[in-house]
Write a protein that binds this ligand. Structure first.
Ligand code: MN
Length: 212
């Protein structure tokens, strides 16, 4: 695991005066017990997401163009999106507009999926492999304005890798997260949360082989 912080104490007096405080990175969510509606990979299916939220009892709010920009549950339930909001489906910008609105209004939480990670890097001008799914999302985002694309980039790059909630009883990550990594933040924790555990081998396409 390595050491993230090192303090050198140079005298017996310093050692005697030293106080150890354990830090846990729970992001302030540790005690939040919901209730939550956990929603998996939406992948650009905006109409189905609207239908699902409706069936769960959320009231959709729309802008003057009729686009869903928020959804609030009258009993205070919150949606908890597990990532992969985008790619493959017909309306990734519509899904983002709705989920970004819900997160901004504290009606939802969202962790990053591997697809948000890649989209944020593509929008930031980084050289990423444009697969069919990502290419479709980028084409859909071409119809949006710069401000919206910037908002999407900020949102996707700012998503946390996982949440530890309900006093540790509920952990939410896109691909999974073993117990020893929960509540921590590092590049390794983030990679595990987004991509899962890899065997260290690569397949015939040069991609890492993952455990189920
Ligand atoms: Mn994924």
């Amino acid at each position: 695991m390595g050491f993230r912080k090192v303090r050198l104490l140079s005298s017996a007096g310093e050692v005697e005066r030293a106080v150890i405080n354990y830090e846990h990175d729970h992001g302030g969510w540790w005690a939040d017990a919901g209730p939550f509606d956990v929603i998996g990979d939406v992948h650009g299916c905006r109409a189905e997401l609207e239908e699902l939220l409706g069936e769960l009892g959320y009231d959709l709010a729309r802008d003057e163009q009729g686009r869903a920009v928020d959804a609030e549950h009258p009993a205070g339930r919150r949606a908890l999106f597990v990532g992969d909001l985008v790619d493959r489906g017909p309306d990734s910008p519509g899904v983002l507009r709705l989920v970004m609105g819900m997160v901004a209004a504290d009606h939802a939480l969202c962790v990053s999926g591997n697809h948000e990670n890649k989209l944020a890097r593509a929008l930031g001008g980084r050289n990423v492999q444009i697969t069919h799914g990502l290419g479709r999302t980028l084409a859909q985002l071409e119809a949006e304005d710069d401000a919206f694309r910037r908002r999407v980039q900020d949102f996707c790059s700012g998503l946390v890798s996982h949440y530890v909630l309900d006093g540790g009883a509920l952990v939410v990550a896109h691909a999974g997260l073993k117990e020893s990594l929960q509540g921590r933040s590092s590049a390794r924790v983030r990679a595990f949360a987004l991509y899962g555990e890899t065997t260290g081998e690569t397949d015939e396409f040069g991609l890492p082989v993952r455990y189920p």
